[in-house]
Design a protein around this ligand. Structure first.
Ligand code: AMP
Ligand code: MN
Ligand code: MN
Ligand code: MN
Length: 286
């Protein structure tokens, strides 16, 4: 099976990944990636370091972001590719989401304390390397404290809906997220569409609204998609005339997600996002 040389969805220590941006780029290059996007959650702080590391190792770098969005009482992730991190409205959005994350972290801490787990906020902060505080940082702390055996289990027990450490999000609206990405000159892509716990009807509604608001892509190939997921998302991308993207959602060697350089190719009928007319104009040469 041929593997893709593109990876358009990855994380660094600027959000909840465990490799620094430069280390991520080096590992991607060693794993055979030729075009890499760094897409940290609600954050662009890692892009400059990643861009210079990419120039040094000779791979093409796409500055990106993964924005947290609330849509129909669900959290949905929108990847922006080829963004200019200097964009003022994007940075104002990032500030708002970062502030919400800090409030939410305090709330998670209070709720866990009620269950007898103390010190979770300072514990999580010890795992955070940048401005973003994520559930992943709480997860690392809870595992280290022996509350679960690994990240997967700790999410299931504590950090998902209806569990003690879950706090519902008031993230960006879909319209705001697409506005920020557009103003920053980027292309918007719906991340890991098969992972949302919504009905097929709801998902089609999301794709329709996304397309109407100027969204261009759907992550058909994702580190968290099965073969069947890839096929059904490929069908949806054609039906909604969305370009197909591919990204591992890599978070580092200590995370259960797929490693770099292992993504299968896009199904043949897909229109790759890197062939989209707006693509060339929106990625920096590194
Ligand atoms: P947040 O954006 O802070 O709510 O955290 C969401 C992040 O938690 C995702 O981007 C994943 O990196 C991580 N995550 C969510 N569910 C799981 C899981 N079951 N196992 C491992 N990591 C997860
Ligand atoms: Mn993450
Ligand atoms: Mn995501
Ligand atoms: Mn991600």
């Amino acid at each position: 099976m041929s593997v893709l040389r593109f990876d358009l969805h990855t994380h660094s220590t600027a959000s909840d990944g465990s490799l620094a941006p430069g280390e991520l780029v080096q590992r991607a290059s060693a794993c055979g990636i030729e075009v890499l996007a760094l897409t940290d959650h609600d954050q662009t702080a890692g892009l400059a370091e990643a861009a210079s590391a990419a120039a040094a190792v000779g791979i093409q770098f796409v500055p990106g972001i993964e924005l947290s969005v609330s849509w129909a009482h669900q959290t949905v992730h929108i990847v922006g590719l080829g963004i200019d991190p200097a964009c003022a409205s994007l940075q104002a959005g990032i500030e708002r989401l970062t502030a919400f994350r800090h409030w939410r972290a305090e709330e998670i801490d209070r709720r866990l304390a009620k269950k007898g787990i103390h010190g979770a906020l300072s514990g999580a902060r010890n795992y955070a390397r940048g401005a973003i505080l994520s559930r992943t940082h709480f997860a690392h702390y809870l595992v280290a404290q022996g509350h679960a055996k690994d990240l997967r289990q700790v999410f299931k027990r504590f950090l998902v809906r209806n569990k003690p450490g879950y706090v519902a999000g008031e993230w960006a609206s879909l319209e705001e997220a697409l506005g920020w990405i557009g103003e920053a000159g980027g292309l918007a892509v719906i991340a890991h569409p098969a992972r949302y716990k919504i009905s097929a009807t709801r998902l089609r509604q999301l794709l329709g609204e996304f397309r109407e608001l100027g969204g261009v892509g759907l992550e058909v190939v994702s580190g968290s998609h099965s073969r069947d997921d890839i096929m059904s998302m490929a069908n949806l991308s054609r039906r909604f005339e969305l370009a197909a993207s591919a990204g591992s959602d890599y978070h580092g060697p200590d995370n259960p997600y797929l490693d770099l350089g292992r993504l299968p190719s896009l199904p043949e009928e897909c229109q790759p996002v890197w062939n989209h007319p707006a693509w060339r104009a929106t990625h920096s040469p590194g």
